[in-house]
Design a protein around this ligand. Structure first.
Ligand SMILES: Nc1nc2c(ncn2[C@@H]2O[C@H](COP(=O)(O)OP(=O)(O)OP(=O)(O)O)[C@@H](O)[C@H]2O)c(=O)[nH]1
Ligand SMILES: [Mg+2]
Length: 312
């Protein structure tokens, strides 16, 4: 469910069709529960872009049943198909038959979809600014949500101190800044006290899938403190996950600029005095920025946006 939720976050920025795959068999209680969960997750709007794709067309062929007859034979399926506005198709995955694919695409009516998209793109270019994705990730408690709030200019993402991790699933908010529309993603951090690292990594992987469809910047959030072994391990883990290509669009965002200010240190001095950080920052070709999340200072936000968008 975590991954499905994550995928659905992108449905408004990239043209998207969901295919809900069901066996062409009498549905079990478990199938019904799954369908219900997916309907709830997608909600009315995304359901308009969702098709039921029945598989095992070969079984129906053997029984000389059309998919329509199969659906008519079950009150439950009749109701489901109605809820999906009769949007369904059947595949026989046991044979290679491009015709069944073309038929599905015809049904989805790609031409209409494309027309809609072209119209939307023309409108977007004329009336709306281009869209960017900005993903904030890192270690739980590093200040991921606070930094997202600093970027927003107000407190929308929940952020607080304490032993328990606060952000447990990715949240998205949109801001328009310097003629650019930015989708900000606040994510659960690694070393989380509630969810396992593997789940967080899976969520990051899902987010990174969309990095090639919309210009994307990753912000790896780190406290401006001497890093622990755990901090360094997490940085390395994120580097491995993103890979060389996405790392070129990744910036280290230090938090706790207020602590540095109190000690009269610039972020450059702090990095150069901290051997481990100096190495990390070198690997990122010195792509970094610092936030003081305790004050309202649009200038620090403007500078980050200028740096990251300029280097894209
Ligand atoms: N002094 C100071 N505190 C900060 C700064 N940024 C974040 N914090 C504090 O650090 C604590 C954790 O911040 P969050 O933004 O909730 O951290 P997170 O990484 O989102 O953590 P989880 O959602 O719990 O995984 C909060 O008490 C913040 O107020 C900063 O720049 N300066
Ligand atoms: Mg958080």
């Amino acid at each position: 469910m975590r991954e499905y939720r994550c995928l659905s976050l992108f449905a408004d920025s990239v043209p998207t069709i969901f295919l809900l795959v069901l066996k062409a068999e009498r549905p079990t209680q478990e199938d019904m529960k799954t369908v219900e969960k997916i309907e709830n997750l997608l909600g009315d709007q995304l359901l308009q872009h969702t098709w039921i794709l029945f598989t095992r067309g070969d079984d129906l062929e053997r029984e000389r049943l059309s998919v329509e007859e199969f659906i008519q034979g079950s009150n439950y399926l009749k109701q489901v198909v109605q809820r999906f506005n009769n949007k369904y198709h059947i595949f026989n995955n046991k044979i290679s038959n491009p015709d069944q694919v073309w038929k599905l695409l015809d049904k989805i009516d790609t031409s209409l979809l494309m027309m809609g998209e072209i119209m939307k793109m023309t409108l977007t270019l004329k009336d709306n600014p281009p869209t960017w994705n900005l993903f904030l990730l890192g270690k739980s408690g590093a200040g991921i949500s606070s930094s997202a709030n600093t970027l927003l200019g107000h407190t929308d993402f929940t952020s607080k101190s304490g032993f328990r991790s606060v952000t447990l699933e990715t949240q998205k908010k949109n801001i328009v800044m310097r003629d650019v529309s930015i989708n900000l993603f606040d994510t659960p951090g690694l070393s989380n006290t509630v969810i396992r690292d593997e789940e967080v990594i899976r969520e990051y992987r899902c987010l990174s899938l969309f990095a090639d469809s919309v210009p994307t910047v990753f912000l790896l959030v780190l406290k401006a403190e001497r890093p622990t072994q755990e901090d360094l391990r997490i940085v390395q883990e994120i580097e491995n996950l993103l890979g060389d290509q996405l790392l070129q669009h990744t910036w280290i965002l230090f938090t706790r600029g207020d602590d540095l200010e109190r000690e009269n240190l610039t972020i450059e001095q702090f990095i150069d005095d901290t051997v481990e950080l100096k190495r990390v920052v070198q690997r990122f070709r010195r792509r970094f920025h610092v936030f003081n999340n305790k004050i309202y200072n649009p200038d620090q936000v403007r500078r980050l946006i200028e740096k990251t968008l300029m280097c894209y």
